[in-house]
Design a protein around this ligand. Structure first.
Ligand SMILES: [Zn+2]
Length: 609
């Protein structure tokens, strides 16, 4: 039997649930969800989503069901394309000149309120005339359940912090991968399908529905949207000046209590203040930003009852659809177009300045009234741990809010990267991201910038199925021969920032740091002591600089001085027999436009898109 979640009794006013009550009142009985039929105590399985979606699509001309691929367990991933008239291809969608909106839910399989709200929304916009202007002004793509295998791995004992429905899905997919960390490395089949669909349709805006854990507070719905340098400036400006304030105003007008999404486990953490999102691009919010587009991370609150969660998502989506249907919303298309055009002009981009890859909350601290609940500290009588007990008494807590993001790492963009043909897993990932690549038709020798990655270190425990690693990158110029079939990846393309984040070795989300190139850190050949020892004697006699370097190591590193095996390795590494490819990053950087032009001239055709 499920134990009740210990929550305050605090819920927003029942009047905020108006929209889902109206939805239920006008719906045909056979299209009611299990959530509605159980008065929001339960939720349906994925079969219910498919059944209702197909039923609606069979009667409404502008609603199409599309399979975007298969999950890890081979289940069909359903997406709905919704508009006034049927839209079959992404090209047709773009030709309409309308904003394209993508709504996804249950990325974490137990966070299902967005899914139930999406079914209600689909039913309402397809079957009633209340929302008809959305269909005339937008192309709407719905992915009601992203993590289907996780969603149907349902149990009353998943998500202990969540106050309903009675049974809910599991956070990760069937491979135990968190899809909201997988946007860059794309290890899961679900993410590969998502990336192919996303880069084909290129929606201007994504709503990513989640249900957040953490401390209790008044907010029933919080949301984040990039308004700073993680996003391209025209897009960030649109979100900062227009979308964020307009959406917050509309939700508040309904009676919702809304604010910025915060990751706070306990009320005591409020002392640190609240901060803008600076998630890496493995998260949806930041991934869409480096694709020059927008995501809204929408988080209902796990401690509110399920009915409140569903209503919160329904209203947030309703308002975004309304806003995007207005002239101010349509301005997003222009902002995205400007950001894309700037990315295409990035050629010779040494002069364009470094590209943002990492930041921390910063800038001026501004006062903010956090809508909390009064609480007391209590001690667990068994273990002695102190924890916070929340009451249902609302209080405003004055906190500081960081207003901007401070850049901590920006990387000078090259003109292009060159990926050798043997790096197949990396080329596959680049192709999934819709990155344009040119295939070199024949061998080419020239001077390139390359990196040696030294002082390598792996994390002791896996993260998302991989052992992440760090190193020190030493950049140099050297003569290199490129194999025929190498992929030329120009920065001057729409997804140039995605390419840089994957290929610049020091970018935190780079594929090498996810362990895609671990073999370069392994020594593949060796030399026997009986072959090496006479060579050491010859090297010692012939090379005074080597003698000096060896003596310096002996003096400065006691562990080296005490280890004859390492000393032999020192001489092996300085001999002509040592393999040159060890610690050599195989991906090269083209820093000058002349070399790039020559390489383009020798390339066959764009591949990978
Ligand atoms: Zn989530």
């Amino acid at each position: 039997m499920k134990m009740p979640v210990a929550v305050s009794a605090w819920e927003p006013s029942p009047s905020v649930a108006r929209s889902i009550d109206i939805s239920r009142a006008v719906a045909p009985r056979e299209l009611l969800t299990r959530a509605e039929r159980s008065d929001f105590r339960e939720t349906g399985d994925y079969e219910e989503v498919v059944r209702l979606a197909r039923k609606i699509a069979s009667t409404v001309r502008g609603v199409r069901c599309v399979e975007i691929g298969k999950t890890a367990r081979g289940r069909s991933m359903l997406m709905l394309v919704v508009s006034r008239n049927p839209v079959v291809t992404p090209e047709e969608a773009r030709e309409t000149g309308r904003p394209i909106l993508w709504i996804q839910s249950a990325v974490h399989g137990g966070e299902v309120a967005g899914k139930d709200a999406t079914i209600l929304l689909l039913r309402d916009m397809a079957l009633t005339d209340r929302h008809s202007r959305w269909l005339d002004r937008l192309i709407i793509l719905l992915l009601p359940v992203f993590n289907i295998d996780g969603h149907d791995h349902s149990s009353p004992f998943n998500r202990a912090n969540q106050n309903g429905p009675a049974s809910m899905g599991f956070r990760a997919n069937a491979q135990r991968l968190n899809l909201n960390r997988d946007y860059m490395k794309a290890d899961s089949p679900e993410m590969r399908c998502w990336l192919r669909a996303y880069t084909a349709w290129l929606p201007h805006l994504v709503i990513d529905n989640h249900t957040t854990n953490g401390m209790d507070y008044q907010y029933d719905i919080t949301f984040s949207v990039h308004r700073n340098q993680p996003a391209a400036e025209p897009v960030a400006r649109w979100a900062r000046k227009w979308l964020q304030p307009a959406l917050a105003r509309r939700l508040a007008g309904d009676g919702h209590i809304t604010g910025p999404h915060v990751e706070l486990e306990d009320a005591g953490e409020l002392e640190r203040g609240i901060q803008p999102e600076v998630s890496p691009p493995g998260y949806c919010l930041s991934y869409t930003a480096i694709q020059n587009r927008v995501a809204i991370l929408a988080e209902s609150h796990s401690l509110k009852c399920y009915r409140t969660q569903v209503c919160a998502h329904y209203d947030l989506m309703r308002h975004v659809l309304d806003l995007l249907s207005s002239p101010g919303g349509a301005a997003l298309r222009t902002a995205v177009h400007l950001a894309d055009r700037k990315a295409w002009k990035a050629s010779g981009s040494e002069s364009r300045g470094p590209v943002f890859v990492e930041g921390v909350p910063g800038g001026r601290l501004v006062p903010y009234q956090f809508k909390g609940l009064s609480s007391t500290r209590t001690r667990c009588k068994i273990t002695g741990v102190f924890y916070t007990e929340y009451s249902d008494e609302p209080i405003d807590i004055p906190v500081k809010s960081a207003s901007r993001v401070r850049t901590t790492l920006a990387i000078p963009a090259p003109v292009a990267y060159v990926v050798p043909p043997e790096c197949t897993p990396i080329i596959d990932v680049l192709a999934c991201h819709g990155i344009q690549m040119w295939r070199l038709g024949r061998e080419f020798s020239g001077e390139f910038e390359s990196w040696r990655l030294v002082e390598e270190h792996w994390d002791p425990l896996p993260f998302e199925g991989r052992l992440r690693m760090t190193f020190r990158a030493i950049r140099s110029r050297e003569e290199r021969t490129l194999s025929a079939g190498s992929r030329l990846v120009p920065m001057a393309q729409r997804a140039g920032r995605v390419a840089l984040n994957l290929l610049a070795p020091d970018a935190p989300g780079s594929l090498v740091r996810w362990g895609f190139l671990n073999a370069i850190f392994e020594q593949k050949e060796y030399i026997s002591d009986h072959v090496l020892a006479p060579m050491v004697a010859r090297m010692w006699r012939a090379d005074s600089r080597l003698r000096a370097e060896f003596r310096k190591r002996l003096r400065s590193e006691p562990s080296f001085a005490a280890d004859p095996t390492r000393q032999m390795q020192f001489f092996y590494e300085h001999s002509p027999y040592f393999e040159s490819g060890k610690n050599l990053y195989p991906i090269l950087r083209v820093g000058d436009a002349r070399t790039f032009t020559r390489l383009r001239g020798l390339s066959l055709r764009p591949v990978g898109i």
